[in-house]
Ligand binder design. Structure first.
Ligand code: TH1
Length: 833
């Protein structure tokens, strides 16, 4: 309040208040001004990078003006806000998105052209913001886009990692990891050195009397680290709303950066303390669907949860409302269990600091939080060892024990004769050492728990969380099927298709109401439309072929069937099934007569994705793909009939080129293992067909687009357990075609067979947990149906158009509205100009 300009003087301010550029000339003036002053460059010294920075700064000015207005408006109306807590935000590039959302891309294109720059090259200068591993992080980014576009008062909270996901280099067929230092000259973040929070670790808990003589816990001593806020503006599409993503960076607390040590001449140790504080936000853990229980990861989680809650509570307290109104003002969504400590921290704030009674506090907490589960894979479920937590967060462990005590007491009352259920649902697993089950805290501390696709949500209810359904009733559990933002994944990634659709539908309204795509079905038989549609796909394939040429040196024929699987490399996602299928195809071609070869449909099998650095089996799969590529692509006997490509360093900006260029994409996880998958949606939205298993959102995609428009294969989720059981008891027969593939590998056809023995052994000898052999026949015959179907160009086109027309359901706009209605109970804020 002290910092505000007094009313009589505000006239002067308003007179000179910043205003945004509104046309090409004004944009150009801002561009040149930024290059000359902010960047200290001249017209003799302006390369593409400088043009990028200048353009970004000009758009950033626009965003920050809207950001300020949005924040003022949201504070003024004082309605309920949503806070999305996620350890990952896989944002990709910001400039193109900002230009399209603000609606000034054409002005920028012309302005840049005036100075001799091509806008595509300028956009290409930007470094991806890669603060995530894969689908979970990208979903969070799509959510931010939809929240802003739909005018919800919403903030994201995350960590400002100095290093995002590593860059992948392929050297001699092996994955190498290179650090992704991305922060230099990042124009999209605003440091808020005035917004800091001291975060405590370690120490002890003492019981103390408060002023009323009540015994309260006091968390004392320990170390503190400072959290500094960095804000990233998130523009909505076609709206003035610009929301905020607040990322926390760690540094030594000002008190902590020990002047004593300096004065005592212990300079080195003082600097070491500082560096140790900075390591908390130094690096994103590069594991997807895996939790390894490292202390630094737990520190990251608490650091970020505590800073975010402090911020949220501070904002609430400014309104001077009663605590009971907190859940009417605040909804907090937990993106998986990574922010579960926020539940415990909130309870701690209310009882230890604000002096509320346990039950009153807990009631507020559970009304505030919602929890999204993204996976059923056991190795991804977070458990923290009790001794680790005792040491790092002693007060939080006590509170967890109390939450557990009250919870188990109520379960015991509900199920008086069931001893077993208590140990099954206890937050504490009675192992050595004891472990804290984070998912259970997340369920107990939330009012809603949701999965990310129907099958996944059903599996949660019938397996992992079954006991909790019995305890709380089925209504606490719900499904919200994932989506993608059509702004980035159609309009930005595939501008030609977006404008063709707009031409047919009479405008771009489908970008904010994706269900309007259904109007496209009326044009399926329109000759001219079909021709244009096919042409756009060809152009997009050409664009990908150029990327392939530039990055791998291989030339691919863009007339071939482009078969793409890009996603994190994981045994459950089964890139090994794909590459074994490729080897099978190669062997078949090699055995064909010249006449038979004439009938082969030429295919390019394209892979991309990162393996976690410590995931040996995933790295072996990458190695095999690259070795197969080296053999197949250099076999002149096979030529264009088959090519195998591994695209290095798959990331968001490469996905924008890859997704529009598929004929078919592969979503072939073992049934019941993939939570949802979201690239399946991106590919179909861009007119590609799918080969896939009955898993994750493939099932709902099939329901929407029709089963004649998708190639499904493989065992069903309900059969998986039984098959694994049978394998375990020796009832296993290697598929004969797969046996031939293995023989080729063992005959050193793709280099030293020893390099791949772990992979074949996991199937032949160790129970084939992911059912590669069980699904192989079905996979290979379904791929033959794909070839067959591709020969009929007209029918393929009809499937492509029909599928896009029926994809309206998979927009994150629909997803966000479902969360808002059924979990958050928030309304959009109407925006006037
Ligand atoms: C992914 C799921 O595997 C994927 O199926 C889903 O579409 C996506 O989340 C979005 O809902 C997950 N990513 C992670 C990453 C970590 C831990 C668990 C999951 S689940 C680190």
């Amino acid at each position: 309040v002290e910092a505000s300009i007094p009313e009589p003087l505000r006239e002067a301010w308003r007179k000179y208040s910043a205003h945004e550029f509104t046309n090409k000339d004004e944009f150009e003036r801002e561009l040149v001004r930024h290059i000359e002053t902010t960047l200290a460059r001249s017209l003799y010294n302006c390369d593409e990078l400088a043009a990028y920075s200048g353009t970004a700064l000009a758009f950033r000015d626009r965003l920050i003006i809207e950001w300020n207005r949005t924040q003022q408006r949201q504070t003024f109306t004082d309605q309920k806000r949503v806070y999305y807590l996620s350890l990952e935000f896989l944002m990709g590039r910001a400039l193109d998105n900002a230009m399209l959302n603000v609606g000034m891309k054409d002005a920028a294109r012309e302005g840049l052209q005036d100075l001799g720059f091509r806008i595509e090259d300028v956009i290409g200068q930007e470094h991806d913001a890669a603060l995530g591993n894969g689908g979970l992080g990208r979903l969070a980014a799509c959510f931010l886009d939809s929240l802003a576009t739909l005018n919800y008062p919403a903030w994201g909270y995350g960590l400002r990692y100095r290093y995002g996901i590593f860059k992948q280099e392929i050297v001699n067929g092996y994955q190498m990891e290179v650090p992704d230092y991305w922060l230099d000259n990042n124009p999209w973040e605003f440091p808020r050195h005035d917004i800091t929070v001291d975060i405590k670790f370690y120490g002890q808990v003492k019981k103390k009397q408060d002023e009323n003589g009540k015994l309260v816990a006091s968390w004392e001593e320990g170390e503190t680290v400072q959290a500094v806020a960095y804000d990233v503006p998130i523009p909505g599409y076609g709206t003035k709303t610009t929301n905020n993503l607040r990322l926390w960076s760690s540094k030594a607390s000002s008190g902590e950066f020990d002047f004593q040590k300096f004065n005592a001449g212990d300079y080195e140790s003082a600097v070491a303390d500082q560096q140790s504080a900075e390591t908390i936000s130094a690096v994103l853990y590069p594991n997807d669907n895996l939790e390894r229980g490292k202390e630094l990861r737990l520190k990251q989680q608490y650091f970020w949860c505590a800073a975010s809650l402090y911020d949220i509570v501070r904002r609430f307290k400014k309104t001077k409302r009663a605590w009971s109104e907190f859940p009417d003002q605040v909804a907090i969504q937990l993106n998986d269990t990574h922010p579960t400590l926020a539940i415990v921290e909130m309870q701690r704030i209310l009882i230890d600091i604000e002096g509320l009674e346990w039950d009153e506090a807990w009631n507020i907490v559970t009304k505030t939080f919602g929890y999204t589960n993204h996976t059923v894979l056991p190795e991804a479920l977070e458990k923290w060892s009790v001794p680790l937590m005792q040491n790092l967060l002693p007060r939080h462990l006590q509170i967890i024990y109390d939450i557990n005590l009250y919870f188990l007491q109520s379960v015991e009352k509900q199920f008086p004769n069931d001893r077993e259920i208590l140990s099954r649902v206890s937050i504490i697993e009675e192992s050595h050492p004891k472990m804290v089950r984070m998912a259970y805290i997340a369920i107990i501390g939330s009012h809603k728990v949701n999965g990310v696709a129907e099958l996944h949500s059903d599996l949660l209810k019938s397996t992992l969380f079954k006991d909790f359904v019995d305890i709380y009733g089925v209504d606490r559990f719900t499904n919200v099927t994932n989506g993608v933002t059509p702004r980035r994944w159609l309009h930005q990634a595939n501008p030609a298709l977006s404008s063709l659709i707009a031409e047919k539908l009479g405008g771009h309204e489908f970008l904010t109401d994706l269900t309007l795509l259904d109007k496209l079905e009326a044009f399926v038989d329109d000759k001219d439309f079909r021709r244009k549609w096919a042409h756009i796909k060809s152009d997009n394939k050409l664009r990908l072929a150029r990327l392939i040429k530039d990055t791998t040196g291989y030339t691919v024929n863009p007339e071939s069937l482009f078969d793409i699987q890009v996603k994190r490399i994981h045994e459950y996602k089964r890139q090994q099934l794909n590459i074994f299928g490729v080897i099978h195809r190669y062997l078949k071609i090699k055995g064909m007569s010249a006449a038979e070869r004439k009938k082969v449909v030429p295919r390019v099998s394209i892979f991309g994705g990162k393996a976690a650095p410590g995931y040996w089996m995933a790295k072996t799969i990458i190695h095999l793909i690259n070795k197969v590529a080296a053999v197949v692509n250099n076999d002149s006997d096979v030529g264009d009939l088959l090519k195998v490509i591994f695209i290095e360093d798959y990331n968001v900006s490469k996905a924008e080129i890859i997704c529009p260029a598929s004929d078919i994409s592969e979503h072939i996880s073992t049934a019941g293992t993939e939570g949802s998958g979201t690239s399946n949606m991106k590919f179909v939205l861009n007119g590609g067909l799918i080969i896939g298993t009955c898993d994750g959102a493939n099932i709902e995609i099939t329901r929407e687009i029709g089963d004649q428009n998708i190639f499904l294969f493989g065992n069903l989720a309900e059969d998986v357990e039984d098959l694994r059981h049978r394998h375990f008891y020796g009832d296993f027969q290697l598929d004969p075609a797969l046996e031939k593939v293995f023989k080729a590998i063992k005959d050193n056809m793709f280099g030293d067979a020893g390099d791949f023995s772990a992979l074949t052994a996991s199937i032949e000898e160790h129970g084939d947990y992911y059912l590669v052999s069980d699904d192989f026949h079905s996979y290979v015959t379904t791929q033959e149906m794909v070839d067959e179907a591709f020969l009929n160009k007209e029918e393929w086109l009809a499937k492509s158009i029909t599928s896009v027309a029926r994809m309206g359901f998979f927009s994150t706009d629909r997803v966000i509205n479902e969360y808002a209605d059924s979990i958050w109970n928030v309304e959009p804020l109407a925006v006037k100009d």
